[in-house]
Write a protein that binds this ligand. Structure first.
Ligand code: SF4
Length: 326
């Protein structure tokens, strides 16, 4: 890939508590190319949403970045002041959260919110900003945008509100949109429409997408590459087709049980027994070993790092190769 749009290197996020420090993200590294759609998938507690929050500077307190770096177009963005981060969020990184009401102010019309966001970041007068807002609402499939722009968020259905949020995220032409479970709060009947819309409008506006979801089916239909997270680390990363058809990590294989088999030659896989460990009880060695049907003795003691495993990269001793262990 050429120069990455986003680079996350050895990111470590900690939560200091009275009983000690909890490590929520540990040595997380990945890149997103301009215009690419990267899926980040895993069970609840895997660290996928926290990764998105760390990038946009919205870690829940007392979380903090303890090590590593985050670069957007080559510029370090971890450690920016709250003001600098706010400007960056509006202008260069758009955000779409699970609940559209998190992003919308119920007291203002959607038009006012769009126009204010546009004018805060782009050199447009009121009239041009309103025209741009109407065009964005039209792009995101809001019918009769010329009149609906003057309505309040509560006058929109859940699916329509999420379309407004996507318009808001794209208002200042950001290079990256981080979408965290953007359809989880919506009716099943509109989920696919919103995902298709998100992908289309981001492509048309030249924005890359980091799509955080627990749903491997959404990843399969939407993403170019996927990072599978487990217990605060990347377990496997690679092109989505390779990860789905030739998953190298036993955890990824388990996640595949939740989507229909695309590869008819593969046997149906079982769901994974057990649960993601709590942050204060992450097992030593490979964190997945208590649930792993292929665990080796060595897996209990030493943590595997990401390394090439066929067409993907996996953090698993089964793919240590000749130079690795065991
Ligand atoms: Fe399973 Fe061992 Fe691979 Fe971990 S390192 S996923 S326990 S085989």
């Amino acid at each position: 890939m050429g120069s990455p749009l986003l680079e996350v290197r050895h990111l470590r996020v900690e939560f200091p508590t009275r009983r000690g420090t909890l490590v929520a993200l540990d040595d997380v590294s990945f890149e997103i190319a301009p215009g690419e759609v990267l899926g980040v998938v895993g069970e609840s507690g895997a660290g996928k949403s926290l990764t998105g929050s760390a990038i946009i500077g919205l870690l829940p307190p007392p979380g903090r970045i303890a090590a590593g770096e985050i670069r957007l177009e080559g510029r370090r963005i971890d450690g920016l002041s709250a003001d600098e981060m706010r400007r960056l969020r509006g202008r260069h990184i758009g955000a779409v959260f699970q609940d559209p009401l998190t992003s919308l102010n119920p007291l203002y019309t959607v038009g006012r919110q769009l126009v204010e966001t546009i004018r805060a970041h782009l050199p447009l007068n009121e009239r041009a900003a309103r025209e741009r807002a109407i065009a964005l609402l039209r792009d995101t499939g809001i019918p009769a945008p010329e009149s609906r722009i003057d309505q309040y968020p509560h006058q929109f259905s859940g699916g329509m509100r999420q379309r407004v949020v996507i318009a808001l995220a794209l208002a200042a032409e950001p290079r990256l949109v981080i979408a965290d479970e953007p359809t989880t709060a919506l009716d099943v009947s509109v989920q696919a429409q919103i995902i298709t819309l998100l992908k289309r409008v981001c492509r048309e506006h030249g924005a890359a997408v980091m799509l955080v979801t627990h749903d491997m089916g959404v990843i399969a239909e939407t993403c170019d590459r996927v990072a599978v997270m487990y217990a605060g680390r990347v377990a496997e990363i690679g092109p989505v087709r390779d990860v789905i058809l030739r998953a190298a990590h036993p955890y990824t294989l388990g996640l595949m049980g939740s989507i229909p088999a695309m590869d008819t030659q593969r046997e149906r896989l079982l769901q994974i027994d057990g649960a993601m460990p709590r942050l204060d009880a992450i097992p030593p060695g490979c964190a997945f070993h208590p649930r792993c049907p292929q665990a080796l003795e060595h897996c209990r003691r030493e943590r595997p790092e990401l390394r090439p495993a066929g067409a993907t990269e996996a953090a698993c001793w089964l793919h240590a190769g000749a130079g690795g262990r065991p």
